[in-house]
Design a protein around this ligand. Structure first.
Ligand code: CMP
Length: 381
């Protein structure tokens, strides 16, 4: 079944089309906000905005219609599934994105005052293309205790700084530091290291507080960045693990292994999607990885003619086993998903899971003999 967010070919093509439509819509609204454009240009932009609105409307209607097919709504009646989807983040973003269709249907012009709001409504759709958006939500949830501690430190420094500078500066600058809320503006600008320079302390005490606040700002931001970056990396690692797990089941070489052994390999594999006719490895280049085909097909370009490797096959092993440059160029012949195993991990696996590497070695020997046999026959004739 076609899934817009799926990793299949159709899903990827849909996302590319969706991104292009979104980019065209945003560009049209942004250009239309420029004053004094020739009327012909304005009309063209209006048409672009109309077409984009229609595409988003059709998308919303189609998604709402097929919502009952989604596995996560299994067991719900059609109506309830559609209602659930309509109130999900994607459903609400989709609904906001179709608001412009009403403006369009009531005689809209790209240079009208309401047009810029389309930018805000449509840009939300970009979030649908950020697979890491969910990850970010989970990171914030997972790290909420650490993040809350940093926010509390932030608020403590902020209020202390505002109170101290209010006490020191209020006589000299009553407008800027006359009250704690007034002083808070300066404290926020300084603590976030923005530093507009529109309000600055004049007294020695105020400057000393300012210095401490500036350094604290850097520390607080560094802490926040560190917590989010570590949480993000951890979450991405988990997601990649699930993605790889999903793909390894399509490679017979892996399915023969026990769960414990398999889980060791899964953490070392990376999923890569390639369109058709892409060179994955090039003859004579150094090899730093080998590839398992979990979906699609590749063509190994050998001197005697191409050899096709289908789902479940592997290539790129010879350069790792023989520590030689690539023996052939390998090109995808259709959209293909590969599981990549880097050399360092390959050698580690060779030590820990000999049965896997023996199977790879057996096939490599057969290929070497095949290539050599053909070369000898060619020389003899
Ligand atoms: P490597 O030499 O690293 O890069 C090119 C790859 O093509 C090679 O590893 C093998 O995986 C693959 N290859 C070479 N010869 C053959 C063959 N005769 N049949 C199938 N695949 C081959």
């Amino acid at each position: 079944m076609f899934r817009p967010s799926g990793s299949g070919h159709a899903g990827r093509q849909w996302r590319t089309f969706h991104l292009l439509v979104l980019a065209a819509g945003l560009l049209a609204v942004a250009l239309a906000s420029i004053d004094g454009l020739p009327p012909r240009f304005d009309r063209a932009l209006t048409v672009v905005v109309e077409v984009v609105s229609l595409v988003f409307f059709a998308e919303y209607a189609a998604r709402l219609w097929v919502a009952p097919e989604a596995p996560r709504f299994a067991g719900l009646s059609d109506g309830r599934a559609r209602l659930h989807w309509a109130f999900s983040a994607n459903g609400l973003i989709g609904l906001l994105a179709i608001v412009p269709i009403f403006a369009v249907s009531s005689g809209f012009h790209a240079d009208s005052d309401a047009a810029p709001i389309f930018c805000v409504l449509w840009i939300l759709k970009l979030g649908v293309h950020a697979p890491a958006m969910n990850t970010l939500g989970r990171v914030v949830l997972n790290e909420r205790a650490s993040l809350a501690s940093v926010v509390i430190i932030f608020v403590m420094v902020l209020v202390t700084a505002a109170t101290l500078t209010h006490m020191m500066e209020r006589a000299q600058q009553p407008k800027e530091f006359g009250s704690i809320p007034d002083a808070l503006w300066w404290a926020v600008v300084t603590l976030t290291t923005t530093g507009y320079g529109d309000v600055v302390p004049h007294t020695v005490g105020g400057k000393m507080v300012g210095s401490v606040v500036m350094v604290s700002g850097i520390v607080v931001l560094a802490l926040m960045t560190g917590i989010l970056a570590t949480g993000f990396a951890e979450e991405e690692r988990r997601r990649e693990y699930l993605r790889v797990w999903d793909q390894v089941t399509r490679v017979p070489l892996f399915t023969q292994l026990g769960t414990v052994t398999l889980s060791e390999i899964v953490s070392k594999l990376r999923v890569r999607h390639y369109p058709a006719r892409i060179v994955v490895v090039r003859r004579d280049e150094p090899g730093d990885s080998m590839f398992f085909i979990s979906e699609g097909e590749v063509e190994v370009r050998l001197p005697r003619g191409p050899v096709t490797l289908a789902q479940g096959g592997f290539f790129g092993e010879m350069a790792l086993l023989d520590r030689l440059p690539r023996s052939a160029t390998v090109v995808t012949s259709q959209p293909t998903t590969l599981l990549v195993l880097y050399a360092s991990d390959f050698y580690e696996i060779a030590a820990n899971i000999p049965s896997l590497v023996e199977a790879v070695e057996r096939e490599a020997s057969r290929r070497r003999a095949e290539n050599l046999g053909v070369a000898v026959r060619n020389e003899a004739s």
